[in-house]
Design a protein around this ligand. Structure first.
Ligand SMILES: [Zn+2]
Length: 339
């Protein structure tokens, strides 16, 4: 066992334990097999619910960046809660007859073992998709091909195994679904919880923005005391090359809506309350005190449950073309005045 194995394996071990305990309740598969220091690791996908074609799907992704452990933990905590509810919760049982829930809780397992943002080749998976910004990107942060020793490295050429696995999996889900809503959980800088949607590579508006505006209206009116999210196109904060979700929406040739949301949990709020974390790199992105940790795991349950309820209600599918035109106009007005 390497010296990092125990410390950095919590999320991978949790995932293995969930599979061992609950595999009668779901389907699971390896999207990619990886090796690190002689250990075999998988990019594991878990699916619950409806298997037939053309049902709505909600996909939860965590752990794209190996140092952002809280993202994987939020996804794993929600999955655990669903699995524990499933035997008795008749609402959830009903929902799962009409909705597919997919989980990739640890998209970058080697990064988790190494304690690195990037994968085993030091490639930042969220800068690695084959899509380039033609606008000004933030130096280094936007993605760079200068050196794998610097952060935000895009890789030499082509997609890394983990990137390709996630891209192909989303395409496969789309093929089987009437719509796909994805929530990709990260933690980052800043005080606030952001929810970003495409585009990351350009200021051009995302064509699915009307759906996002509709979801925002429903969330804000249904849960008026959970308005702590800042929802906006990522490009209003910074622009990057190689964003996986941008690549997927740009190459989406199907008629089926793909609605990718990136949850970027604000870390500075934790740092401010516990400045010691500034000197501990992994801690920078991860709240360490247990009451704070509990609060973070709790904080996003309402949003995640809302997304699966919206899928069950077929909010995306039932939006008529005329409504979508109107919603898209509203969305453009709303986010252009903020940009
Ligand atoms: Zn991240």
């Amino acid at each position: 066992m390497g010296k990092f194995s125990f410390e950095h394996c919590f999320e991978i071990d949790t995932l293995k334990r969930l599979i061992a305990q609950h595999q009668h309740l779901f389907r699971h598969q390896s999207l990619a097999d990886l090796y690190y220091r002689g250990e075999k690791l998988s990019v594991t996908a878990i699916e619950l619910g409806q298997q037939q074609q053309n049902c709505p799907t909600v996909l939860f992704v965590g752990g794209v960046h190996g140092v952002e452990r809280i993202g994987a933990q939020v996804v794993l905590a929600f999955l655990t809660s669903l699995l524990n509810r499933l035997p008795w919760d008749t609402h959830l049982q009903q929902l799962l007859q009409h909705v597919r829930l997919a989980f990739v809780p640890v998209a970058n397992p080697v990064g988790f073992l190494r304690g690195s943002r990037g994968n085993g080749n030091n490639v930042d998976l969220m800068r690695n998709a084959p899509i380039d910004s033609d606008e000004d990107v933030t130096f280094l942060v936007g993605g760079q091909r200068i050196s794998s020793k610097l952060p935000w490295y895009r890789g030499k050429a082509g997609m890394e195994l983990e990137t390709e696995a996630l891209v192909n999996y989303v395409k496969q889900l789309q093929h089987q679904s009437s719509s796909v809503i994805a929530l990709d959980a990260h933690s980052g800088f800043g005080l606030l919880d952001h929810v970003w949607f495409p585009h990351a590579h350009t200021r051009q508006p995302f064509e699915g923005m009307g759906y996002i505006y509709r979801l925002m209206q429903l969330f804000e009116s249904g849960y008026p005391h959970h308005g702590h999210y800042r929802l906006a196109p990522q490009s209003q904060f910074y622009r990057t090359h190689g964003d996986i979700w941008d690549y997927l929406v740009a190459t989406n040739s199907s008629e089926k809506p793909l609605i990718p949301l990136t949850l970027e949990m604000g870390s500075w709020a934790w740092v401010r309350k516990n400045p010691r974390q500034l000197f501990n790199f992994p801690g920078y992105f991860n709240p360490q005190q247990s009451h704070r940790h509990q609060r973070i795991l709790r904080r996003h349950v309402v949003l995640m449950q809302f997304l699966i309820d919206a899928a069950y209600a077929q909010i995306i599918e039932q939006t008529t073309p005329a409504q979508l035109i109107h919603l898209t106009q509203q969305a453009n007005r709303f986010w252009s005045k903020k940009g």
